[in-house]
Ligand binder design. Structure first.
Ligand code: ADP
Ligand code: MG
Length: 245
């Protein structure tokens, strides 16, 4: 037996980000208090998500989709199970660090500050997460361009923008901090068909061209069809939906 530190065992302990999935959920369980009783919404969710892919999570209302996103994005803590980012438990990374640097969410309600302009919504998010002052404005404009928000709309209050433009601003804000994972909760729910198709294209580009891991909760058949993998929440488990014939 050797104590040489270059043995396979020693090398195997070196963290290698490329060998780990971007996001790995293991035995993820969430129980809520319900009146006097308890209700377990997620019952041991196991799944690995990779960079450069777009995933759709489907399931009826109340099946736990938003709960799953909250846990995977570090906004809520599981009753049991773990969330790993590139092989590391997010509680060890620190939930705030994980949310600021690695995983961003586009909320169902967008949560834009409607009295601020599109650019201000993005730069204020960067302020919180510590992007350097001089870079903020330039990066906000780059992101809005990337997402197809017209220059004339950059400095309009978001309240005055259309639903589709607001959605783009919310996505740009989520991307402001060069995160690896983008979560979105029913992002096309309030959009017309054509605008929804544009937003889906944005998500696909972010996954396929920019290498992000994109996870979208959706009720939309179009979003599901555009995704690389469709997963269904069923009786508290996440199961790959079999491809249609
Ligand atoms: P979905 O997004 O698929 O509609 P949710 O994750 O929002 O589902 O909710 C799943 C179930 O968990 C619902 O029955 C909901 O009422 C319940 N639930 C969600 N959040 C809480 C909470 N904070 N406290 C108690 N029950 C909750
Ligand atoms: Mg929901």
């Amino acid at each position: 037996m050797t104590t040489d530190l270059t043995t396979d065992a020693a090398i195997g302990m070196t963290p290698d980000v490329t060998s780990h999935p971007t996001l790995e959920l293991t035995g993820l369980t969430r129980t809520y208090q319900k009146g006097q009783g308890r209700r377990t919404v997620l019952k041991g969710v196991d799944y690995s998500f990779r960079a450069g892919r777009m995933y759709a999570v489907v399931g009826p209302s109340g099946s736990g989709k938003t709960t799953l996103l909250s846990l995977a994005s570090g906004l809520d803590s599981p009753t049991a199970g773990t969330v790993r980012f590139q092989g590391r438990d997010i509680t060890r990374i620190g939930l705030t660090t994980y949310r600021n640097k690695h995983a961003a969410t586009v909320f169902q309600s967008l949560n834009l500050l409607t009295y601020m302009t599109a650019v201000q919504n993005i730069t204020s998010a960067m302020e919180i997460t510590g992007v350097q002052g001089g870079r903020r404005r330039q990066r906000a404009v780059e992101l809005l361009d990337l997402l197809g928000v017209e220059p004339a709309e950059h400095h309009r209050r978001t309240l005055q923008l259309s639903g589709g433009q607001q959605q783009r601003v919310a996505i740009a804000r989520a991307l402001a901090c060069e995160v690896d994972i983008l979560f979105a909760d029913e992002p096309t729910g309030s959009l017309d068909h054509e605008t929804a198709a544009d937003i889906v294209e944005v998500f696909r580009r972010l996954a396929h061209d920019d290498g992000k891991c994109v996870i979208v909760v959706t009720h939309s058949r179009e979003v599901a069809d555009a995704s690389d993998e469709v997963l269904q929440l069923k009786r508290g488990k996440l199961v790959p939906r079999t491809p249609r014939p």
